[in-house]
Design a protein around this ligand. Structure first.
Ligand code: ARG
Ligand code: GLU
Length: 723
């Protein structure tokens, strides 16, 4: 009996890595060493070199990291090339800002969709960049050159920064590539990514929101899902096929690699692989950090955002123009809000804090015979205790005061104030003014005073009552006293007095600016609130906060190094950090709760079932209904003759993976990643294979919409579609 037990135990133990196969965001250059065999066992038919090779075209070359001009390395989404003319697929929600910026009441591309039926109609977005990973390198030893144990953390930091600078300089020299070095395993290792970054990315197509955002924020983060979350861009290059800023002279980029699209279909258990740029995960957070996040920060952000969303929603329902104005902002605020609710649920359900504590106890036991790692847990505890009110103070300021659009906008005038105060500074002032005029245009295009006024009253009320008193700026206390807690009264007064909620007054100031006018700005109540809160943060929160964070960084470095030694037979993967990663898994449903089983696929039939003209998020476009009725499905059907829409799998993904290509065992495109399922969104902190699912758009639905709904044959013709 006992022996049997032991055997069972051993079998369970040995098969553990297999059970865990779904978890992980693997680095392309380490595939060959650590991961490829597991992937092949899971069904992958190609080799590590087929995914990542620096000498010949490989699958990585068709993956796009989408960034912002000026900050190209913090990818906000991923994408993939699907034609030899730079045609790129990503998510509708990744293109949302672009679509929204081009939308007006006359050309409402958010509502009606947008399709370029020839290249002249494509729309420029000079603020978006598209990066391709050329290669990745382990630069740990160069980055840590000259580092000694005797150094203070500042000295260490400074040396690392210097080393990185010179490595990057050397790498970029004589090329048009851009290099970025990031830390991995909490600073125990460093890797450099070398990119080719394109700056002319044009909008080619987007379905109406009733398709691309079907289900809206109601269905966001959930399964079953029916969102046609895709959009298309085209990357443009110079005549020599190199990156160039937007120019009419540019031509479609000719890539070394673009994906073939498979319409063969998917079945339960099929191998899937997601390539892209996951943003942040925090799998090794200590229990104290999880407590801070789960019990303090998430709740306050959920509360404040929930209140703002209610107010926005009220006005958006009443007025179509306001809906367009606030659509993108609303989606952004709602996305975090809903995720944190799910994350907290998941951490409760899977007892994350308790399990972290168990691991920490084990670690301390282990550290008894590993001297270098003693005292870490205790130090964590002290640090996070000290950090808690500071972090609360910080997030209250961000999610309350600085979420007031008028206060935030006023703050953008601080540079002008500073520059105008100095003598002989005409040139700078002129530049500031030009810059602010542009900002005013964008700001007021999407601004509606009643929303901001009502939000002001609401968030300040919460701020005053709930934020830690020690971290409440003086000016807020004064306002509270003066208005006896009546924030509605204060909000009314603020909006009566400030010029920053009124476009004409702002432009008037800017157009007739004389150097003494900085005084007008400084006297403005919205500017004052911003200024005081920011100053308060700089003086009373930031320095201490930074000290604790620096020390936590050191602890993290040691803790992760220790964990890797303690669990030396585990295959560790580094936390996501906006660098290229590979996730793999299989098509599979899950059981969200007792007695309920979800299948892995949804279809157009389900869209028709959800149709409800009464609910904004569930209005199905007439044309789509007609296509369904006449069964005009082309080749885009599953075995039951239905058009597949979304599917789920066990690939480990996170924010930033949106728009990522989903490839099958042969390396062909079968879908686009766009979300995770509600019950598993705690996977950034703790991944549970039984319940964590990524949500993907079936590529056949994309083609169906482009072909049958948009009738954009020009785009279909560009792609390689295989059975
Ligand atoms: N949850 C997805 C992601 O994190 C989609 C967000 C956009 N969609 C939305 N309804 N807000 O980005
Ligand atoms: N929608 C997310 C994104 O924009 C992906 C969902 C997730 O967080 O996994 O990247």
């Amino acid at each position: 009996m006992r022996k049997g037990f032991l055997l069972l135990f051993i079998i369970l133990f040995i098969s553990l890595p297999l059970l865990r196969a779904a978890e992980g965001m693997w680095m392309p250059i380490l595939l060959k060493k650590y991961t490829i065999e597991e992937m092949q066992k899971a069904g992958f038919k190609l080799t590590a070199e087929d995914i990542y090779d620096i000498n010949k075209a490989s699958l990585k070359d068709a993956v796009v990291g989408l960034g912002y001009n000026g900050r190209p390395f913090s990818h906000f989404c991923s994408g993939e090339l699907v034609s030899d003319q730079g045609l790129m697929l990503t998510n509708h929600h990744c293109a949302y800002r672009a679509i929204q910026k081009h939308s007006t009441l006359e050309h409402d591309y958010l509502t009606d969709g947008f399709w370029a039926y020839n290249k002249d109609e494509e729309l420029a977005n000079p603020w978006i960049t598209a990066s391709f990973l050329k290669r990745m390198e382990d630069v740990t030893s160069e980055v840590l050159k000259g580092i000694t144990d005797e150094m203070t953390e500042e000295e260490r930091e400074a040396t690392i920064i210097e080393n990185q600078k010179s490595i990057i300089e050397k790498t970029e020299e004589g090329t048009h590539y851009r290099a970025s070095i990031k830390q991995f395993f909490a600073g125990n290792e460093y890797y450099m990514s070398v990119y080719e970054i394109f700056e002319d990315v044009r909008l080619v197509g987007a379905p109406p929101s009733a398709i691309g955002k079907f289900g809206g924020d109601t269905d966001n983060w959930s399964w079953p899902r029916h969102t046609g979350d895709f959009a298309m861009f085209r990357i443009y290059a110079s005549k020599t096929n190199e990156p160039n800023e937007y120019s009419e002279e540019n031509v479609p980029y000719k890539p070394v690699m673009h994906y073939e699209i498979s319409v063969k279909g998917i079945n339960k258990g099929d191998f899937t692989m997601v390539l892209g740029y996951p943003g942040t995960t925090e799998q090794h957070l200590p229990s104290f950090a999880v407590e801070l996040k789960k019990n303090h920060i998430n709740p306050l952000r959920i509360d404040l955002r929930g209140k703002r969303l209610n107010i926005m929603n009220k006005y958006m329902e009443k007025d179509k123009g306001v809906r367009i104005q606030y659509a993108s902002k609303y989606a952004g605020i709602a996305n975090g809000w809903k995720k944190w609710i799910g994350e907290n649920n998941g951490m409760d359900r899977f007892e994350t804090i308790k399990n972290k504590k168990i691991l920490e106890n084990e670690f301390e036991l282990w550290a008894k015979s590993n001297k270098a790692y003693q005292g870490i847990i205790e130090a964590y505890k002290n640090k996070y205790e000290a950090l808690t009110p500071l972090q609360e103070g910080f997030y209250y300021a961000i999610e309350a005061v600085l979420s007031i659009e008028t206060v935030d906008f006023a703050g953008q005038f601080s540079r002008l104030v500073d520059d105008a105060k100095k003598e002989d500074n005409q040139e700078k002032v002129k530049k500031d003014i030009e810059n602010l005029k542009e900002r005013a245009e964008t700001h007021f295009k999407d601004f509606y005073t009643p929303i901001d006024k009502e939000i002001t009253a609401e968030v300040l009320h919460v701020y005053i009552n709930d934020a830690p008193k020690a971290y409440l700026p003086e000016i807020i206390k004064e306002i509270d006293g003066k208005y006896k807690g009546d924030m509605q009264k204060y909000a009314k007064k603020l909006f009566d007095k400030t010029i920053f909620s009124d476009k004409e007054q702002v432009l008037d100031l800017l157009n007739n600016f004389s150097s003494k006018d900085y005084k007008k700005i400084e006297k403005d109540p919205a500017y004052q609130v911003n200024d005081h809160v920011v100053e308060f943060y700089k003086e009373n929160i930031q320095p201490e906060y930074a000290n604790h964070s620096d020390e936590i960084d050191i602890l993290d470095r040691k803790y992760v190094a220790g964990l890797r030694q303690m669990q030396s037979d585990e295959n560790f993967y580094p936390d996501a950090n906006s660098t290229f990663r590979i996730g793999y898994g299989k098509v599979d449903g899950y059981e969200p709760r007792d007695g309920v089983a979800y299948s892995y696929q949804t279809t157009l039939k389900g869209i028709i079932e959800k149709d409800n003209p009464e609910i904004y998020d569930y209005r199905v476009p007439e044309k789509l209904k007609k296509l369904y009725k006449t069964k005009d499905f082309g080749v885009y059907t599953n075995d039951n003759g239905e058009v597949p829409v979304c599917f789920i799998g066990t690939n480990h993904t996170t924010g930033g993976n949106s728009g990522s290509p989903v490839l099958n065992a042969e390396g062909r495109l079968i879908g686009i990643n766009f979300d995770r399922a509600w019950e598993g969104v705690m996977s950034d902190i703790t991944y549970k294979p039984e319940i964590c699912r990524n949500i993907m758009l079936d590529i056949r639905y994309v083609l169906f919409i482009v072909d049958k709904y948009a009738e954009a044959q020009n785009l279909i013709d560009e792609m390689i579609i295989v059975k």
